[in-house]
Write a protein that binds this ligand. Structure first.
Ligand code: HXC
Ligand code: NAP
Length: 293
């Protein structure tokens, strides 16, 4: 096992914390939930499909011995989010951390989208994140309780990206919320973090973002300078650090974990990677001559 696929924090680093994580029944959310439990946190995983959550909760508690509470909730519905919070409080007594991880996404030329399709993605990602943040924020402020909010965004939150425009708009909004509230709610002891992952293979993302039959052409890892996808434990390590007491002086930061992917896309001359090493002697001597003439 590579070191990057190993747990990073010391045992018990999240002991005493209760974490509410949206979308924890699959993918990266499930991987984060697993590591939070291993580190001693109590975790509520919440999404629409109770069956999937229950299965994940059984698996995670068997694997970690931790306390995990699966609760069905559609984050688009503010009343449902308030109900979710109440159930977490009833079970665990308090909640210290919110992880806005739930998302919806699919690829499409924007002109082919119905307004309902656009709404669907924006509502899950942006409305879902602000619903949860608002409900928990009001609770924390009323109870004078310090807390942390971690939102999972993407690198196209700031670059934008064609073909996933609703997701780009929504993730940009989540990043703006993160930076805005990092300042406004710091006086209440509530800090905000964001992680912008590059490609981390998950069934949920891959099945919706890679055109069937074109897996090789759209192999996302080929766009990464480090030439590999992210390992789920690497993201879980970062998330656990940010929400732990060790991450308390970070506030309003977005941490990119993408092997250099977005910077490669942005670099004017990144395509020169295609020039074979053996050609550089010839190219450079020719160019030096040209520069002198
Ligand atoms: C065009 C689509 C569509 C598609 C749905 N719609 N899928 N339009 N292309 N592929 C349209 C529908 O026709 C409908 O509009 C509207 O969107 C709502 O569709 P529903 O199926 O009713 O929505 P719902 O049941 O709420 O499901 C939401 C969903 C679904 C987003 C469509 O895929 C989902 O549940 N996703 C959750 C998980 C997920 O998406 N994970 C990936 C995250 S990856 P009309 O007009 O017909 O009514 C990610 C990573 C990014 O964010 C970065 C990677 C590197
Ligand atoms: P995923 O497995 O599809 O996770 C998305 C989760 O969101 C699902 O568990 C889903 O559960 C939940 N969800 C969707 N709509 C919901 C709603 N209305 N209410 C409550 N929960 C809802 O995909 P993933 O790849 O792990 O993505 C996790 C996060 O990482 C997302 O924020 C995504 O944007 C981000 N991300 C992923 C990558 C990557 O490479 N994988 C890259 C950049 C960013 P239900 O279906 O049960 O509701």
């Amino acid at each position: 096992m590579h070191n990057y696929a190993k747990p990073m924090l010391r045992d018990g680093a999240l002991q005493g914390k209760t974490i509410l994580l949206t979308g924890g029944g699959s993918g990266l959310g499930k991987s984060m939930a697993r590591y939070f439990l291993e580190l001693g946190a109590k975790v509520c995983i919440a999404s629409r499909s109770f069956e999937r959550l229950q299965q994940a909760a059984d698996e995670l508690s068997a694997a970690t011995g931790g306390e995990v509470l699966p609760l069905a909730c559609d984050v688009r519905d503010y009343a449902a989010v308030e109900g979710l919070l109440q159930q977490v409080l009833d079970k665990f007594g308090s909640v210290d951390v919110l992880v806005n991880n739930a998302a919806g996404n699919f690829i499409s030329p924007t002109e082919r989208l119905s307004n309902r399709a656009f709404d669907t993605v924006v509502d899950i990602v942006l409305k879902g994140s602000y619903n949860c943040t608002l409900a928990l924020g009001k609770h924390w402020i009323a109870n004078n309780q310090p807390a942390a909010v971690l939102s999972i965004v993407t690198t196209y939150a700031w670059t934008g990206s064609g073909y996933v425009v609703p997701s780009a708009c929504a993730k940009a909004g989540v990043l703006a919320m993160t930076r805005s509230l990092a300042v406004e709610w710091a006086k209440y002891g509530i800090r905000f973090h964001a992680i912008a992952p590059g490609p981390f293979p998950t069934e949920g993302a891959w099945s919706r973002l890679i055109p069937p039959g074109m897996e090789d052409q759209f192999d996302l890892t080929k766009r990464v300078p480090l030439r590999r996808a992210g390992d789920h434990q690497e993201l879980a390590n970062l998330a656990a650090y940010l929400v732990s007491d060790f991450g308390t002086y970070l506030n309003g930061e977005v941490v990119t974990i993408d092997g250099g992917e977005w910077l490669q896309g942005a670099g004017e001359f990144s395509a020169l990677d295609a020039v074979p090493q053996s050609m550089w002697d010839q190219i450079q001597s020719q160019m030096k001559k040209q520069a002198k003439s």
